[in-house]
Write a protein that binds this ligand. Structure first.
Ligand code: CA
Length: 236
């Protein structure tokens, strides 16, 4: 992250939720502004130009969906909606409302931080700091700007979704991502296939990357990135 922290606007009237979300985001290196009403959110969004907005659906004055629509009329700022009900989701991320992502309450604050990072990364039109777009992991170098993957010096050709899947896992090193999470993030919400798609792509990545593959299966859960491998270590 660059020296100037990106500011996240947290819009939530429940003070306890707003404060723990703010705490986790600050710990992750973001600057945080909070707003407890829709009116305040619209005002801060206009005056402070936050990098991302975490927006609760249930607010005391203007509801989150309306706030999101109004912000969308003049700004493409990424918006992560918080909702208490799964059934709101199609509407929230649909074109009419235009949120970028959502979390259903109750949520794990680490998951929220991971989503914030992911949304900010996806929404960055031009990367201000190209170094942030390169992940090195053992013998593996992944450059998201050039969309290049190298094992030591050799470039490995990956299909677009293979690349996105590898990046998503590497960008969440230390976290286990479920097949459903990977489907959502890499293939998008409208994808109607089943989670075997994820397994198929993981198999392809392992085949193409060989011993440099960092992907570890977490049985019954999903996948994660294991510790960086030195050349010559055994694949699991
Ligand atoms: Ca609320």
């Amino acid at each position: 992250m660059s020296a100037q922290p990106q500011t996240v606007l947290v819009v939530e009237d429940e003070a306890s939720i707003a404060s723990f979300v703010a705490l986790y985001l600050k710990n992750a290196g973001y600057g945080v502004r909070t707003a407890s009403t829709g009116t305040e959110a619209l005002s801060v969004a206009a005056s402070d130009s936050p990098a991302l907005i975490v927006l609760d659906l249930m607010l005391p004055d203007i509801d989150g969906i309306e706030v999101c629509k109004r912000i969308r009329q003049r700004s493409d700022v990424p918006i992560l909606m918080l909702t208490a009900r799964d059934e709101d989701v199609d509407k929230i991320i649909g074109l009419e409302v235009g949120a970028d992502d959502y979390l259903t309450k109750p949520f794990n604050p680490r998951e929220l931080v991971a989503r914030v990072k992911s949304v900010l990364r996806r929404s960055a039109p031009a990367r201000q700091d190209p170094e942030n777009a390169i992940i090195k992991h053992g013998d593996l170098t992944v450059d998201s700007g050039r969309r290049e993957v190298r094992v030591v010096e050799e470039e490995i050709q990956l299909a677009p979704k293979e690349f996105d899947l590898l990046w998503e896992l590497l960008d969440h090193r230390g976290l286990v991502l479920t097949r459903d999470q990977l489907l959502e993030r890499v293939w998008g919400y409208t994808f109607a296939g089943d989670t075997r798609t994820v397994d198929v792509h993981v198999r392809q990545l392992r085949r193409k990357l060989g011993d440099a593959s960092p992907i570890v299966t977490v049985w019954g859960v999903g996948y994660k990135v294991g510790p960086a491998r030195e050349a010559g270590n055994q694949q699991d």
